[in-house]
Design a protein around this ligand. Sequence first.
Ligand SMILES: [Zn+2]
Length: 298
Amino acid sequence: MGWLVWQTVGDPGGDGTAGQASPSAGRSASQGPGGTEGTAGGGDGKQDDSLGDGRTAGGQERSPSPSASAPAASGPLKGKVVVIDPGHNPGNFKHTTEINRKVDIGTNSKECDTTGTSTNAGYTEAAFTLDVARRMRAVLEEQGATVRFTQDGDRPWGPCVDERARIGNKASADAVVSIHADGSATGNRGFHVILPGSVHSGAADTRPIVGPSRDLGERIAGNFLRATGSAPSNYIGGGTGLDVRKDLGGLNLSTVPKVFIECGNMRDAKDATLLTSGAWRQKAAQGISEGIVSFLRG
Ligand SMILES: [Zn+2]
């Protein structure tokens, strides 16, 4: 697609993450397919100001927070707000009490967050998601979008899944994407996009966002496939690359179009080779971003 200036994106953030093996890294291996993301979500709000509220403070255009981007002077996405939710947090391993606290996700209560998974060599999902998110930010800002993060490696843990959802809501985001990689059995490969199912219970009411979120998710899946060459999941979604879930707080509590993407299976050696490659992560970021742009431009 000609609108992307690939060469400007480079390799932001490096990886900085290989070899950050954690003694807890193996924990999530038992979570099984589709189980890793019990967690899109929310937080305690401590850093809300840096994530969304600052935009409107005193009528100012934006806050100086590193989590809020500087909108480009022009571009096709000028005026559009995209919230990127890098799944988990590199510090969650050290804050088990905090992240195990239950939060209300409408349909039931669920842990605040999880540690996420990792490759067998110890490259963590949290590091992966932050890296892809930062690459996406560069691509989307180039298009003029205002980009906000739910966390940018700038807080010790979390936020919780409910707060992750609220950040998108408060920002009145035009699109929200939660970035993840799965922790499934070896041999399970490929990506899938998770769409919100129709939920109306307690604080959760996804009925208005089911349709637009599916549109967003289908565009992301198609562009991710083309950009990375990765096949849709061979273990979830029947080859469509799409799944629908009603158990994720980050989706249940969203009032704006939102999807998750599981970019691959960190526990499969072949997928892990891709996920640990900066060049591949750049393609992933471009594919996801192109899906968002396609959605926002209609
Ligand atoms: Zn995850």
